[in-house]
Design a protein around this ligand. Structure first.
Ligand SMILES: [Zn+2]
Ligand SMILES: [Zn+2]
Length: 353
């Protein structure tokens, strides 16, 4: 099969390799769509401290943890899925027996692995995945939308970690795919007002279309001043941070939260950043974080995310702005990086039927 193999920054090669063999409880998918994630871009842009090691060996991996496809072969122990089923894939695989896996928090497993990192991902014609990690896509959920479930689940987990709902006014920093899914997930949870803060006009237009009350362009105006004006100095109940990098948004969040408000951090911060703890102290703020997704009570957040898609409370098709064939994987990465030039939100590798 053809597969895109990451060999290092700016070095992804499409090569011919063997189709994966199946464990008894795994299934083989013919991949239909697989998204380029911010975490993939991080490794593509420059050398990082993150150790890269996969079943292909040291220093290389097949990306594509945001994937969907059709089941074309099943392992000998598989009994819940038939050949021909359309599925989305939950890519986090816990060890299955630690304390955290036992309570459904496989995102906190000390030894979890990811399809699209340690295991070969969806930037390939075929991909092997555990039966229990497949979610059947209803007819009204496209393969493209099904391949965004990972991003929706991350946003949904953040909304739950910050306990957003109940008429909250929420500011969301970042209007990339996580930020835009967070806008929709916050509304679905019952938020009253959403302030979407981004750095590109096209993102803010999309945020407004998806239900944000107001879009604030952080390079054209000071979001702290604007939100304090809009709330008559009271501040917002909750803040979702979906930017990461080396930004100052955590301190902006501290300045726009009301007393006893909550910030949830989802972005990847590459270096430690100074945080205004005195500002937090005098407002009695809570800072929480959201890492991946887990079980919430008896249901997986991944299943909840699929329900939100299927019911139309969350739309994904609008966010998939670009699709490229596997052979143009490098172009897909460049498009995802050059947001202002290409107006990209979610870039996917797609495979013809
Ligand atoms: Zn991702
Ligand atoms: Zn575990």
């Amino acid at each position: 099969m053809r597969a895109a193999i990451f060999h290092g920054p700016k070095d992804i090669r499409v090569e011919t390799i063997d189709i994966p063999t199946l464990n008894p409880d795994w299934v083989l998918l013919k991949v239909h769509a697989a998204g380029v994630c911010g975490s993939d871009l991080h490794l593509y842009k420059e050398k990082t401290e993150i150790p890269i090691s996969s079943t292909l060996g040291e220093g290389k991996y097949i990306p594509g943890h945001e994937l969907s496809g059709e089941v074309v072969e099943i392992g000998s122990d598989v009994d819940s899925i038939e050949i021909g089923t359309r599925v989305g894939v939950e890519p986090i695989i816990g060890c299955g027996h630690c304390k955290w896996c036992n309570i459904g928090k496989y995102n906190l497993c000390v030894n979890y692995k990811l399809i699209g990192f340690q295991y070969p991902g969806g930037f390939a014609e075929y991909c092997a995945v555990p039966e229990e990690k497949c979610l059947v896509l209803p007819d009204n959920v496209s393969y493209e939308a099904g391949a965004t479930l990972d991003c929706i689940a991350v946003a949904e987990h953040a909304i739950r970690r910050a306990n957003i709902g109940n008429e909250d006014a929420v500011a969301i920093f970042g209007a990339g795919s996580i930020g835009l899914f967070a806008v929709q997930a916050a509304i679905a949870a019952g938020a009253r007002k959403i302030y979407s803060i981004g750095t590109h006009d096209f993102q803010l237009e999309m945020a407004r279309e998806l239900g944000a009350s107001i879009g604030i362009h952080a390079r054209k105006e000071d979001p702290v001043e604007r939100i304090n004006d809009l709330t008559s100095g009271f501040g917002v109940d909750k803040v979702v941070e979906a930017v990461g990098g080396e930004t100052t948004v955590v301190n902006d969040a501290i300045r726009i939260l009301r007393n006893q408000g909550t910030l949830v951090v989802t972005g990847i911060f590459v270096k430690p950043i100074p945080v205004d703890l005195f500002g937090m102290l005098t407002k009695e703020l809570t800072i929480t974080t959201a890492w991946g997704y887990e079980h919430w009570s008896h249901r997986k957040e991944f299943e909840v995310s699929l329900d939100l898609l299927a019911s139309g409370k969350i739309t994904a098709d609008r966010l998939v702005t670009h699709k490229y064939p596997l052979d143009e994987v490098n172009k897909a990465y460049e498009t995802a990086i050059d947001k202002s030039g290409t107006e990209s939100v979610k870039v996917q590798i797609s495979f013809p039927d």
